[in-house]
Every structure is written in C-alpha cells, then in structure tokens.
Design a protein around this ligand. Structure first.
Ligand code: ME8
Length: 653
C-alpha cells in the first residue's frame, strides 16, 4: 500500500580515492541479496549505495592525478556505478555527496543542531589521520601513528565547530539495552558499549576550508568534517525534511558496514546525531569483518586487493563459463565466505574450489543429470500425476524445512547462512537421485517410479531456483529457463510443493558451470561438462599422463641456498633464502627441518620450481618449492645437480 514503510537498506558510501574492489563489492552484494529477498517476498524495498566525495584523501588523490576535485570525483564515481552494474546490484538510488540535494540536507542538519545548542564553536588541538579521516586524542596516538589503525597522524590546531557527543552516552546505552537488534552481531555490540562507557567526548565536526567540502552555513571559512557530512547521506535520499513522505523510508532498517567504521561512526556518532535531530534510529547497524590478503586487510590505499572485474575475467578464462555466470560465482563466493564476527582470507584458489565443488559438481550436476534423464526416459516433458505422489517424499519435506530456515537466516541478516542451508537441499537432491536410481527403475520397466523420482528432482530444482534468486540472480534465471519456466520467481512459491506443471517442456540440458581443470590450472579453452546420466562410478585408476607441453609449464631451475633458519613453532619447516639467478634472492619455506640442520645447508645447490604461485605457510611467504625425495624411512633427500659448478638459474628439463 502506498505510504507503507519500505524495507530500507544501505551500504556505506565509498570513498572515491580508488576503484571498487572485492571488499567494497562484498558489502554491496550482501545488501543486494537482502534487498532482492525482500522484493521477492513482494515487500516494498529500497537499496541505497553511493560515493563519499568530500574526504581530504579524495582531494589529495585528485591533486595527484592533476585534476580538480570535482572532475576527479565525477570520473571515479562512475567506476562505482559501472562496477555495481557489472555485479548486477539492484540499487534503487546512487547518492553522491557532492550533489546539491545532499549539500542542502547537510546544511539543514548543521543549522538545526546549532540552533539546539548541540553544535558550538571552539578550538581543536589534537591529531588527524587522513587515511582514516578521523580525529584522535593524545592517548590514542603513539610514535606518530594512530594506535587503533596504524595510520600516520598529523598535528592539527584549528578553530572548529564541535558536536556535543558527550551529552549522548547515557541515552545511547539505554537505546542499546532496550533494542537488542540495534547493534549486530553481539560481539560488536559489546565493543560499542565498552567504547561508550570509556566516556564520549565532544567531536570536532568541521575543518579549515581549503576549497573542497560542504561549507559550514554562515561560516564559509570552514567545511563540514567528512564523516559528519557522509553519514547524513542515509537521510538525504528520504527527501527529509521537505518531502511529506520521507517516513516511508525512514528510519532505515539496516545499515551494513565493515567493522572499521562501525563503533565510532555508525554505532555512536550517527545515532547521537539522529537523537539530536529528534529522528528515529535505524533498526539495525550490522558490521562485518574484512577480506584479508595474505593475512593483511585488503584496501584501496595498499592496492593489494583485486577488482571484481579482474576476478570474474580470470574465472571466465579458466572455466569458459559466460561472464554473467562468473559474476554470479563471484557473488556466491563473496557472500558465502565473508564473516560477520571475524575476518576471512580472500583467495582465488578457494573461489575456484567453490566454483568446482559447490556450483559445478553440486548445483550444475543436479540440474544437468535431472534434465538428461528426463529427456532420456520421458522425452523432456515434466511427468503428470507425480506431483501428488511425491508431495510426502523426503525432498518435499526437506524443501519446506530449508525454505523456512533460509527465511530465518535472511530475517537474522545472515545471507551466508541462507546459502549454506540452501546447499543442504542441493546436496539432498543429488543424494536422492542416487538412492532412487531412476536408471535402474527404467531398466526394470518401473515407469511410475522413474516419473516420481524425476518429478521430485525437478520440483526441488524449481524451489532451488527461487531460493537462489537473491544471491545468483542470473543463474537462477538460467535454471528456470532450462526447467521450462517462463515466469519470474516469487519467494512464496518456494514454500509450496507441486507447482511445476505436468506437461512442461524442459530445455536441453546446458552446462552452466563448465568445470575448471585444476591440474592444468589456467584453462583457456571452454571445457565441456560431461553429460551425466548416472552417478559417476569411482574413477578407474589411470596413469594420469600429462603432455610434454603441460610439463613444459613447470619451470625448474638450479638454485643455491644462501641462508637457512628454523621457523618458530614449526618443527618441520625451514626458511631458506636461495639464489635462482635473478639478481635478488627468493625466500622458500621447505618441510625439511627433520632431515637437514640449517647450518648444513648454505652453499648447497638444489633444484626449485620457479613459477609456483607464492603461498603463505605459517605466516611466511614461500616463493617457490624445492625438489626432494622421501626414502623408505621417511627421510627427506634433496635433489642436487650432479656437478656443483653449474650456475644458479640454469634450466632443468
Ligand atoms: O569508509 N573486506 O569508505 P571506504 C571487506 N566513505 N570489506 C571491505 C574491505 C575489506 N578488505 N575493504 C573495504 C568509507 N570494505 C567511508 C564510509 S559511510 C557513511 C562512509 C568495505 O571506501 C567495508 O564495507 O573506505 C568498509 O566499511 C567499506 O568498504 C569502506 O569503504
């Protein structure tokens, strides 16, 4: 009904000092999955994302690029718009803080809080970190860096405006206590309570105007501090205060953010600003952990984290799957793998594993084998009468349970949890086919039994196509197409068994996820998914031969060991530095400590694999692997060249 409260969910607005990466993509994707879920349920939904453009680091990046800040942010914000389009993000608006609609609302908020006495003029002397765009107190700084983040800080002495944050500690604590869903997950709520109990101080919320930012009303010598400006974006899009319908959106149901901007900004400053304005507080502020790259936070400024476009292109090159399918595979990996309570390591190898095992083997195989058998045993047409007979079966029962569990997970703002229960159904679908063995029933002339088994599998796939839609919208559509369904999915249809009409003509099975040949690693040619009509028999032992070209991809080189030392708490490992004839030495981690004393190794010539992807072992990066054999007693024996006058770097073939 018009005027009804809309489910309103927001991503952070991203700084435009660099391009979007898989970290910012993850927050946006989690919000997208939640928004799509609510839309599938027929609920009015609004997903907001955008860009945060007035930061000092943005002005610095513009200066470095030799552009005016405005030209720079106009250009870089396009990267976000394009990347979200590429990832199939269903945002209803995209806010840029340099837009007039936002500048007006920021000025209005400033004026109101000034009138009510919550904003006052004063003098600031303390520290500022441009990397974090955060003010720090003396006690929060050591050796020129912020203790919390490690970022460099600069001393600032300025005339500023303050926000009376100190007045809101008790009211915030009360609100947190009265609203257990307000701060999620629980561990982050505890952090916030501890932070507030330490004592909130008034916060500087303006900076000297150096030509970039929203001027303070009536005092253009100052611009509004970027965080005070940015948080207001969530309110701007509602049309507050002029739009009579602004409360259709406000208060927001969910603000989803990464953990580093949770406690200070989204769980403390923003709710205090809203209290000062007399506005409702968001339903839930949800914080997630980080993707780490080799143990470190992946970030724009470090440039150590890939873009979604690059990861998807790499997956497409390896698998031969369509670009849209690769986008969905990446969506799957990012949504399923991010942690709300801790951090998680981002790895292209783990993405390939999930692609192969969970998407190709589990989901792809279920669809493929079901449609192939249907074609073989029933001409590709959904059998009649079976719907009623299979309604009491194991899959019907499990489908209902999984749908409810997925709903519970989505209500609890846990998209990864919903995917994990959904995969229970995918697994059960495959297992039930193995148990029912339609190929045996067909051989025995049991037509009804074949129809029942196939109908149950098809109906399970139809339900999966609905439950999948918030997460992998393109793949969900492909599954529905192959099942012969022409309508859009609706969540309510997942709760009902038997909606797939008898007589529906299914399509020829078409592999959605061509399997990646991990042995060959990069596989530029589209691999064909084998047509599975029966459960695959365990593979017969084969010689597993490789071609000379495959072997040639392994670069073996002679190396000389320069240094060797034990790795703490790893009794089998040594850290070696080796000369591979490249000018600079490489570091290797080798599991040879039980057979070689470190002091015996320097000067020895060995053979190493020189083009192995680096791996981090016990926190130490290994840039290659040495060759060794193991004898009957488990002793390790290094492979060494027969003559020692051979130079490091010599090819071994
Ligand atoms: O903080 N892993 O913008 P930002 C997971 N403009 N998520 C990550 C991540 C990682 N390694 N790196 C970034 C800002 N993110 C402010 C926000 S809101 C009013 C203003 C995600 O461009 C995560 O959601 O630095 C994090 O909070 C956000 O990107 C930070 O984006």
């Amino acid at each position: 009904m018009p005027g009804d409260k809309t489910f309103y969910i927001t991503t952070p607005i991203y700084y435009v000092n660099g391009v979007p990466h898989v970290g910012s993509a993850t927050t946006t994707l989690l919000c997208d999955a939640l928004a799509r879920y609510h839309r599938l349920r027929g609920e009015p939904t609004f997903l907001l994302t955008g860009t945060d453009e007035h930061a000092q680091k943005v002005a610095d990046a513009a200066a470095k690029a030799g552009e005016t800040p405005q030209a720079f942010v106009d250009r870089i914000s396009q990267n976000y718009i394009e990347c979200w389009r590429f990832l199939n993000i269903s945002n209803d608006d995209f806010i840029r803080t340099s837009e007039p609609r936002h500048r007006r609302v920021v000025a209005e908020v400033f004026r109101r809080l000034q009138d009510s006495g919550d904003i006052y003029a004063g003098q600031y002397e303390g520290w500022y970190s441009v990397a974090d765009e955060t003010f720090f107190r003396d006690s929060e700084v050591a050796d020129g860096r912020a203790i919390e983040t490690g970022a460099v800080v600069e001393r600032v002495t300025e005339e500023v405006y303050y926000f009376r944050l100190s007045a809101y500690g008790d009211r915030l604590l009360q609100h947190i206590q009265d609203n257990p869903n307000f701060l999620q997950p629980d561990t982050r709520r505890n952090e916030v309570i501890a932070f507030i109990k330490e004592g909130l101080r008034d916060l500087a919320i303006s900076r000297r105007n150096t030509g970039w930012g929203i001027p303070v009303p009536e005092d253009p010598s100052q611009v509004v501090y970027v965080w005070f400006d940015a948080l207001i974006n969530y309110l701007t899009v509602t049309g507050w205060p002029e739009n009579p319908d602004w409360e259709v959106l406000w208060p927001a149901d969910v603000h989803l953010v990464g953990k580093e901007i949770y406690t200070r900004f989204h769980a403390t400053l923003w709710p205090a600003m809203l209290m000062g304005l007399g506005l409702g507080l968001p339903g839930t502020v949800l914080g997630h952990g980080w993707w780490l790259i080799e143990g470190e936070k992946g970030s724009k400024s470090k440039g150590n984290i890939p873009t979604p476009q690059d990861v998807a292109a790499d997956l497409a090159a390896r698998s031969g799957a369509s670009p849209e399918v690769c986008v969905d595979a990446l969506r799957y990996y990012l949504i399923r793998g991010i942690s709300f309570t801790g951090d998680a390591e981002f790895s292209a190898a783990a993405l390939v594993d999930r692609y192969n095992y969970e998407l190709a083997n589990d989901l792809g195989n279920l669809l493929h084998r079901t449609l192939n058998m249907l074609k073989q045993y029933a001409g590709g047409t959904v059998p009649g009468g079976a719907a009623a007979r299979t309604a009491d079966g194991a899959l019907a029962f499990l489908s209902r349970e999984v749908t409810q569990d997925a709903e519970r997970a989505m209500t609890a703002l846990d998209p990864a949890g919903a995917l994990s229960v959904l995969w229970k159904l995918v697994g059960a679908g495959n297992k039930e086919i193995d148990t029912q063995a339609p190929w045996k029933r067909h051989k025995a002339g049991d037509t009804e039994g074949v129809a029942d088994a196939l109908y149950a599998a098809l109906e399970t796939l139809r339900i999966i196509s609905v439950l999948l839609a918030p997460f992998l919208p393109h793949v969900a559509g492909r599954v529905r197409e192959q099942l012969g369904l022409t309508d859009a999915p609706r969540w309510a249809d997942a709760a009902q068994w038997g909606l797939l009409p008898a007589g529906t003509k299914t399509q020829e099975a078409q592999p959605i996820f061509p399997r990646i040949d991990i042995k060959r690693n990069a596989n530029p040619l589209p691999a064909k998914e084998p047509a599975v009509t029966e459960p695959a028999a365990p593979a017969a032992p084969t010689a597993d031969l490789i071609t000379i070209d495959e072997f040639a991809r392994v670069q073996l080189r002679v190396a000389e060991i320069k240094t060797a030392e034990r790795i703490e708490k790893a009794k089998k490992l040594l850290r070696l530095t080796v000369d591979v004839g490249e000018g600079t030495d490489r570091q290797l981690v080798a599991g040879i400590a039980e057979s070689y004393a470190p002091e015996d190794l320097p000067g020895r010539k060995i053979v190493v694999v020189a083009n192995l992807q680096p791996a981090t072992i016990r926190g130490v990066e290994s840039q290659g692997m040495l060759l060794a054999a193991t004898d009957a007693d488990g002793r390790i024996i290094l492979m060494t060249p027969e003559r020692l006058d051979i130079a490091p770097g010599a090819k071994v073939k």
